[in-house]
Design a protein around this ligand. Structure first.
Ligand code: Z5A
Length: 223
């Protein structure tokens, strides 16, 4: 397991949860929030794209299954970063300055995985936008929940059937797209020490033990 780093500019801590569809990001963010609050931390849970009223409007356009015209890949990339700029300005940076713990469902690693590896947009362009938009805001720690596509998609489609959810624009992509996205996440995790890779195909209790272990290391509490 990687050693946690800190965003030393801020009093707070910034943890991102990444991975493909249905791997358990939302479920484990809920677990992490409860655990951190039980250990006296003030927690802000948020998500991307979205997290503020303006960014949620952009999210609706990004996920909307049908537009009057196909959305160009570059438009998609710029919309993701436009939403992120608003999210950082309105939610993430103020929370980190207050000393809160920010738990974010997806962040720029998703852009590298989906728009970079998935769509094939140049990684240098994404990195230039990352620097412009994030400036000094970057995750202290990223938990990558990884599972074979069949596992995540199976869980997501069961949940969608139970809740009568509609298919969004990303979910209608083919398997090859999602294989490239997964490859992108794994490539990032292999070269960036802030990542902790968790096998999300394991039973939920086992996944949560791994999440808890990472949180313990971050707050310096022994098990
Ligand atoms: N996107 C992008 O392209 N570029 C970007 O920069 C960003 C995003 C930020 C919306 O993401 C889309 O935006 C996304 C990429 C794109 N599209 N896709 N695909 P989203 O995060 O809103 O949607 P999602 O990734 O599809 O998330 P999700 O379906 O909500 O999945 P999840 O949060 O990872 O899973 P969950 O809801 O916690 O769990 C799913 C079910 O499995 C649920 O019933 C759980 O109870 C169950 N579960 C969870 N863990 C387990 C275990 N371990 N065992 C058994 N069952 C489990």
């Amino acid at each position: 397991m990687s050693s946690p780093q800190t965003n030393s500019r801020f009093k707070g801590r910034f943890i991102t949860f990444e991975g493909g569809e249905g791997v358990g990001k939302s479920t484990n963010i809920g677990f992490a929030k409860d655990w951190l609050e039980a250990h006296g931390k003030t927690v802000v849970v948020t998500r991307e794209p979205g997290g503020t009223p303006i960014a949620e409007k952009i999210r609706n356009d990004l996920l909307k299954a049908h537009h009057e015209e196909p959305m160009a890949d570059l438009t998609e990339l710029l919309l993701v970063f436009a939403a992120r700029a608003q999210h950082i300005e309105s939610v993430i940076r103020p929370a980190l300055e207050r000393g809160d713990w920010v738990l974010c469902d997806r962040f720029t690693d998703s852009t590298i995985a989906y728009q970079g590896y998935g769509r094939g947009l140049p990684l240098e362009q994404i990195d230039a936008l990352r620097k412009l938009v994030q400036q000094h805001v970057s995750p202290d720690c990223t938990l990558l929940l990884d599972a074979p596509l069949t596992v995540g998609m199976g869980r997501a489609s069961r949940r969608a059937a139970e809740n009568n959810e509609q298919t969004d624009r990303f979910e209608s992509e083919d398997l090859a797209f999602f294989e490239k996205v997964r490859e992108g996440f794994l490539a990032l995790a292999a070269c960036e020490p802030r990542f902790t890779l968790i096998d999300a195909s394991q039973p939920l209790e086992v996944v949560q033990q791994a999440v808890e272990q990472q949180l313990r290391e971050m707050i310096g509490v022994q098990s």
